[in-house]
Design a protein around this ligand. Structure first.
Ligand code: PBG
Length: 335
């Protein structure tokens, strides 16, 4: 019996297609492009202001003049949307978050200026009260410290409307109050703002991965040791995310979001498979911080790990990713 005839050859060799770059490219299922990225940014009052966020190395809070320069670059790189988050002066924070809907507020002014300077760049705003409340919660509290749903929605309506009137292309409610998408949609329609898109933070979990973001916007100290478990979702739940998404779609959301991102990719996949709607995921501040800690220590290779993490969102079914890496990734993708 000769050696060769007794040999069992594999019927299928998976490595055949992996052998060369051309065949790897040919069978590639998902491709990350700059068009998949939404870039979250932090805006502060003033001029020429550039403040580092210690728990988010490489991320800066910028005053509007500097942010406009960044917006031009992001647009030139092909990033479709920038998501604005304000750093609100502590003197303007209050129990009822009135500053949230001030027509002359930092967000409203920033939207106007950004749309005037870079009209082709989509501007998305965060609809939630936490940057404006003295207690750091996303809503208005009752005497027991419980976030009141319907009372909060009334304020969110004014906030969303003020953003849309300033020219926001997408309003993104991240507050997790019940019924807010429907209420916001009705108000926008009534005010003839038919084309303002709503990206609903539908499956937003009560996550501790948001810590660095709360440092960045300066709500961490206000919130103290409190959590957001009475309105954000329990990280142990998956089915509930589908119900949240279904409700937001029925209420008029154009796009839905899962947040955080990497530990929740199964939720992204289920939403995309079961509902087949525009689905986004947020690689949040804590995920960014973990990556940067490893990059800065030389433990992980920055460029390749960054692109791998973002490509995996696409494989999971995300149509786009909110990521603090957006600009860096878009630059790499352009090369
Ligand atoms: C505000 C809001 C948060 C984030 C986005 N919008 C924080 C929170 O809910 O406490 C988190 C973003 C991040 O961690 O990168 N409602």
């Amino acid at each position: 019996m000769s050696f060769t005839t007794s040999r069992q050859y594999p019927a299928t060799r998976m490595r055949r297609m992996r052998r060369d770059d051309f065949s790897r490219r040919l069978m590639r299922e998902h491709t990350l492009t700059a068009a998949d990225l939404i870039w979250p940014v932090f805006v502060v009052e003033g001029e020429g202001q550039r403040e580092a966020v210690p728990s988010m190395p490489g991320v800066e809070r910028l005053s509007l003049d500097l942010l406009i320069e960044e917006a031009r670059e992001a647009h030139a790189l092909g990033i479709p949307v920038m998501a604005l988050f304000p750093v609100v002066d502590p003197a303007l924070k209050s129990e009822l978050a009135e500053e949230a809907y001030s027509a002359g507020g930092l967000v409203q002014r920033s939207v106007r200026a950004l749309k005037a300077a870079v009209p082709g760049l989509g501007i998305m705003t965060d609809v939630a009260l936490d940057p404006y409340t003295s207690h750091g919660q996303d809503g208005i509290l009752d005497a027991d410290g419980y976030v009141q749903n319907d009372r909060t929605v009334e304020t969110l309506l004014k906030q969303a409307l003020s953003h849309a009137e300033a020219g926001a292309d997408i309003v993104a409610p991240s507050d997790m109050m019940d019924g807010r998408i429907g209420a916001i949609r009705q108000v926008l329609e009534q005010e003839q703002l038919h084309n303002t898109r709503i990206m609903a933070y539908s499956a937003k979990y009560a996550s501790r991965y948001y810590g660095p973001f709360r440092d960045a916007v300066g709500s961490a100290a206000n919130l103290g040791r409190a959590d957001k478990a009475t309105y954000q979702m329990d990280p142990a739940n998956g089915d509930e995310a589908l119900q949240e998404v279904a409700l937001d779609l029925a209420e008029g959301a154009d796009m839905v979001m899962v947040k955080p991102g990497m530990p929740y990719l199964d939720v992204v996949r289920r939403i995309k498979e079961e509902l087949r709607v525009p689905t986004f995921a947020y690689q949040v501040s804590g995920e960014y911080a973990m990556h940067m800690a490893a990059f800065d220590n030389g433990w992980l290779d920055a460029d390749s790990v960054m692109l791998e993490s973002l490509t995996c969102f696409k494989r999971a079914g995300a149509d786009g990713i909110l990521t603090y890496f957006a600009k860096r990734a878009a630059r790499l993708l352009a090369d």
